[in-house]
Design a protein around this ligand. Structure first.
Ligand code: 0O2
Length: 206
């Protein structure tokens, strides 16, 4: 099922707003990086990725949830049309960065999922915030949901491979692959922890 021509045109207008809110979020991250570099001399944000869901992917998600294929329904029900991912150096940085965003007074926290403290059964680790972010337009202010994912490089490496495997096996992953991935997820968590401890010792010695 696809959007009707009318709804597709409406959706295109909504997507312009989502592109604006992603630019806003990118700027907020740039500002934090400047501040970390200049004032704190430690920048925990290694890099940032943004992505906008395509109309096809929005339609798939609405269909899978049995929601009508309209632009307004997409905006009302989907909170991950605009996504931004911050990759941090160490696991400890993740909750600190989440707190920084939660403190921003013009942003409203809609939902929070801490899969670092409580990993998914698959082994997936990441901290998700669903944020309601204002976009100031020429004649009005709109608020849009953005999904912010915060994870370490190692968690990102794992999630990318697991996502690829999930896609290839169409959600019916062979047991030996899911078990191998689960084992790697635990090893990655241990490695993240050990790297943080080494970094702490090095900082204390300098
Ligand atoms: P994509 O293609 O990355 O966007 P939601 O479906 O998002 O409305 P849900 O399932 O409760 O609601 O959200 P959750 O669990 O916070 O997942 C949101 C996103 O996190 C997913 O988006 C993935 O990007 C990522 N994610 C969650 N669980 C896993 C996992 O087990 N493995 C991997 N690799 N990524 C995961 P989408 O829409 O599923 O996919």
């Amino acid at each position: 099922m696809r959007f009707s021509q009318d709804e597709f045109e409406k959706l295109k207008n909504h997507l312009v707003l989502y592109r604006c809110v992603m630019k806003d979020m990118q700027t907020r991250v740039d500002v934090l990086q400047e501040d970390f570099n200049n004032l704190k001399q430690y920048n925990p944000i290694e890099h940032v990725k943004t992505r906008l869901k395509t109309p096809e992917s929005i339609a798939r998600k609405l269909n899978s949830r049995g929601i009508a294929l309209t632009a307004d329904d997409a905006r009302q029900h989907l909170t991950d049309i605009a996504g931004i991912r911050c990759i941090c150096s160490y696991a400890k940085d993740i909750s600190d960065l989440a707190e920084i965003f939660k403190r921003q007074p013009d942003i409203k926290l809609l939902a929070e999922k801490d899969y670092v403290t409580n990993p998914k059964p698959s082994g997936y680790r990441s901290h998700h915030l669903i944020l309601n972010v204002p976009v100031h337009l020429t004649d009005r202010t709109e608020h849009l949901a953005v999904e912010l994912q915060i994870r370490t490089q190692a968690m990102d490496f794992w999630a990318t491979l697991e996502h690829k495997a999930r896609y290839k096996y169409n959600d019916a992953m062979p047991l030996h692959i899911s078990q191998a991935l689960e084992k790697c997820a635990q090893e990655i968590a241990d490695l993240d922890e050990r790297m943080y401890e080494i970094q702490r010792s090095v900082s204390l010695e300098i």
